[in-house]
Design a protein around this ligand. Sequence first.
Ligand SMILES: *[C@@H]1O[C@H](CO)[C@@H](O)[C@H](O)[C@H]1NC(C)=O
Ligand SMILES: *[C@@H]1O[C@H](CO)[C@@H](O)[C@H](O)[C@H]1NC(C)=O
Ligand SMILES: *[C@@H]1O[C@H](CO)[C@@H](O)[C@H](O)[C@H]1NC(C)=O
Ligand SMILES: *[C@@H]1O[C@H](CO)[C@@H](O)[C@H](O)[C@H]1NC(C)=O
Ligand SMILES: *[C@@H]1O[C@H](CO)[C@@H](O)[C@H](O)[C@H]1NC(C)=O
Ligand SMILES: *[C@@H]1O[C@H](CO)[C@@H](O)[C@H](O)[C@H]1NC(C)=O
Ligand SMILES: *[C@@H]1O[C@H](CO)[C@@H](O)[C@H](O)[C@H]1NC(C)=O
Ligand SMILES: *[C@@H]1O[C@H](CO)[C@@H](O)[C@H](O)[C@H]1NC(C)=O
Ligand SMILES: *[C@@H]1O[C@H](CO)[C@@H](O)[C@H](O)[C@H]1NC(C)=O
Length: 773
Amino acid sequence: MLTLAAAIVYFAVGYVGVEAATPWTAKPFNPASVPLAVRSPYLSAWLNQGQGTALNDAWPSFWTGSTLGWAGFAKVDGMAYNWMGVPAIPGVTFEKATQKSLEVTSTQSIFVMTAGPVDLTITFLSPVEPASPTNQSFPFSYLAVSAASNDGKDHIVQVYADISAEWISGDDTLEAQWNTTVGDAVIHEVQLAAPQPFVDIGSRAQYGSAFHATLKTADVTFQTGQDIVLRTQFINNGALPNAEDSNFRAVQQNWPVFALAHDLGPVNAASSPVVFAVGHVRDPAIQYIVQGNQLQQRSLAFWSQTASIDAAITAFLNDYSDALERAKTLDARVDSDASKISADYASLMPLSVRQAFGAMEVTVSKTGIDGFNGSDVLIFMKGISSDGNVNTADVIFSAWPLFLYINPMVGKQLLLPLFEYQATGQYPNAWAAHDIGATYPNATGHNDGNDLQMPVEESGNMLIMTLSYTQRTNDTSLIRNYYNLLDQWARYLVQNSLTPALQLSSDVLAGALANQTNLAIKGIIGIKAMSEIAAIAGDTERSTNYSTIASVYVQDWEKLAMSSDGTHLTLAYGNSSSWGIAYNLYADKLLGTDLFPKSIYDLQTKWYGSHANPFGLPLDTRVTYAKSDWQMLTAATVTDDSIRNVFISSVLKYAADGKNAKPFSDMYSSLDGTAQDPRARPLVGGHLALLALQSNASIFPSSPSDSTGSSGATPTGSPSEGSGQPVAVTVTSTASIPSTPGGTNSAPSGWKGTLGFNVGAVCISIVLGVFVY
Ligand SMILES: *[C@@H]1O[C@H](CO)[C@@H](O)[C@H](O)[C@H]1NC(C)=O
Ligand SMILES: *[C@@H]1O[C@H](CO)[C@@H](O)[C@H](O)[C@H]1NC(C)=O
Ligand SMILES: *[C@@H]1O[C@H](CO)[C@@H](O)[C@H](O)[C@H]1NC(C)=O
Ligand SMILES: *[C@@H]1O[C@H](CO)[C@@H](O)[C@H](O)[C@H]1NC(C)=O
Ligand SMILES: *[C@@H]1O[C@H](CO)[C@@H](O)[C@H](O)[C@H]1NC(C)=O
Ligand SMILES: *[C@@H]1O[C@H](CO)[C@@H](O)[C@H](O)[C@H]1NC(C)=O
Ligand SMILES: *[C@@H]1O[C@H](CO)[C@@H](O)[C@H](O)[C@H]1NC(C)=O
Ligand SMILES: *[C@@H]1O[C@H](CO)[C@@H](O)[C@H](O)[C@H]1NC(C)=O
Ligand SMILES: *[C@@H]1O[C@H](CO)[C@@H](O)[C@H](O)[C@H]1NC(C)=O
């Protein structure tokens, strides 16, 4: 087989830009899975491939691995070629296009496939739109196909794509219904006949609709119906009869598919692309706990700015060339910034940015039945393969460097649901909650206090993220609005972080442990962060007190945490044969707090340099697996660039090793580079840890005038009750907290500006139920 020989060449040559591993060139490398349409927890289509699976060697699949029917054909001078999926059509023959190249960027996956005398360029664009909450919220991806002659002659080309009803359910025995709207665009919509709001089967939403659409140009034809019927129709005729099958049936009964075709006519030089949109839309998207245990229903933010889904899809299709330009600008910026660190580092970015954004949904609330509130943007994040928890604080912490680097406002809007919920007083514990809901899309809280508890971890995370957000933006609204909560968590850390009790850290799968060195680091930095927060609030006494405590703790900690021979930090106090990667030191760098002495960084750097396994540094001495996110945070703390590069090249070696065939897993064997169970998690945002330290400047900076958020209603946090440790918070009056500096009211062209918001005109016509369940 090709694969074995190719793999040998591959390892001999290196990891990046290698042509030998597969018959096609790959840039930067062939990933374990190619992101195709990755924009939300429910729009997540991938090509699992390892080494050697072309776009037409397998069906695309959901992040879980379940099949998403998505087929592509082209006709070239009357000959049919299959370029996507593996459709079988009894009695009908066609050729298979040959994959020539694959390029993956932060937002795009671009295949070139040879179909006889024509090369097809097939671009999957999943926009990352950090400058616009409405655009980021739109759960659609582009598929664009262009054709170019490869022999200098003209050729007649038609292009076909379909999706199956597998896009709407985790249970293919359920009945689907569908229709096609022909206006400025041809829009196929398919949904369950009996939708169940907020219910998942196999991590797939059981309500909402899948869409497949293209602009209605003169050359477009369409059809709905049985897979083999439609594909045969195109193969025989190069066009579809604009016919609809209204015999609604189960997803898997004579597999209904939703097809679109374009006739490009004669092609020589590269044609302009024909563009298809695929999407999956639910409304409402999230149920969210507010005051008094009430549930608020929240919609994707784009609803606040559109009259209908058809209008939004048409605008999305019309926007393709601009969206592509925005995407190329973002791709180039990330690549160029990351390349300043190293080429290997830049190679990791394409698997990081889109995967992290694809775990989130940007929402606004509905007010009454006649419209949407566009000014209370909250973002919800699914842990994806981490049990589906909602807005897990330590998952957000992992991904935090990405948000600081791209647009800190995204980070704020992810933290707000955690703050708002805990400020209602319904969460009973003295420490910060792990998440705001056990199972996405139910952000329904933990009023019993029985979330997965990580008291020191999450309290430290909330303080660190709040301060770093404020430092980067000068927006003090989180500090002003949630000062009591922040102080409550700092008090908890004063009592519990120097010698942390037996408990979990973020590394749940490694188990609970007492006196964790790395966890204590997070807690102590959390106390220091509160000192800085208090200083920003003008609360000097408190600031000095916390700063003193943090400094004393560092000295005590160093004695407790050092191995007896003084060569390394332990994993747990007193166990000199234990060690781990002390990734929480990253926060000391991020915040510029310089709390831990340089000698600690130097010592750890040396230790890491002599303890790497073939695929990097294991998490700690309890396990052999490595974490890609924590290794990148650690890489940002070492004092020797050659050791930094060990971390970077190890993660890249794993990412490109061809041993895995599923969406990128942040957890893998440090010994042999095989992936562990997790996949597609947003934690990969942590890969941008080095970028986030490069400068304070974000690609889309937020400014103080950006302070959107529904936080205003709860100016002071509420002390928790029932924790056995009542926290009597006496807080400086918010009046003494400086108001946001700058005083400019001019909304930037970014996040706030885009959404703010002339809903009056467009939203009146929105009727709930347009395509609700
Ligand atoms: C069909 O179209 C109508 C109006 O365009 C829409 O409201 C409805 O939800 C669609 N039905 C299905 C089954 O897709
Ligand atoms: C969300 O909550 C609803 C009840 O409101 C429940 O029916 C549904 O199964 C829950 N969804 C998930 C994914 O657990
Ligand atoms: C958002 O998308 C629309 C098309 O749906 C486009 O016209 C607009 O320019 C985009 N806005 C930004 C800020 O990217
Ligand atoms: C925040 O304030 C500091 C000090 O005034 C200033 O140097 C910095 O540019 C500001 N940052 C932003 C993002 O406004
Ligand atoms: C410093 O903070 C701790 C923890 O909140 C508190 O117990 C102590 O009384 C404070 N000390 C002073 C001098 O304010
Ligand atoms: C944690 O470390 C402290 C200080 O060495 C020690 O007193 C305590 O017994 C340790 N706790 C556990 C559970 O080992
Ligand atoms: C010390 O750490 C090592 C490595 O994690 C572990 O195998 C051992 O059980 C630990 N010893 C104690 C006494 O906890
Ligand atoms: C950059 O961040 C550091 C903290 O990491 C802060 O001390 C400094 O003032 C910031 N610089 C600017 C220009 O905002
Ligand atoms: C929209 O949300 C903001 C922030 O929560 C709130 O102040 C405002 O009253 C809401 N508007 C409506 C019309 O409900």
